[in-house]
Design a protein around this ligand. Sequence first.
Ligand SMILES: [Zn+2]
Length: 118
Amino acid sequence: MSSIAHCITPPTTTQFTNRRLAREWKTVEAMVHIYCRDQHGGALCSDCQQLMSYVSLRLERCRFGQDKPTCAKCPVHCYQRERRNQIKAVMRYAGPRMLWERPWLSLCHLLDGWFRRV
Ligand SMILES: [Zn+2]
């Protein structure tokens, strides 16, 4: 289905009611932006937009819902292998940079323990 991209809400408008999910989403969003800006140059490219849509979908559909552990700790590997590698690359690159650019967000992120696995 090539038309599926049109049905996906633009990632920047994604809203999560759950505070934890919202924060996780914000972190991912910030990291993808940093990664794309430095690696792909300029505004968010379609590749990275798709990755973000994918991540938001995964967060939304996560079977653990409110009690969800952070993705790195999650026992269920709900990311497709290709997407998982993509998001890993993003985190490896943008993670350390987040400390400079978004210190508060990365602090929360660290506390949530994502970095231990990535
Ligand atoms: Zn990109």
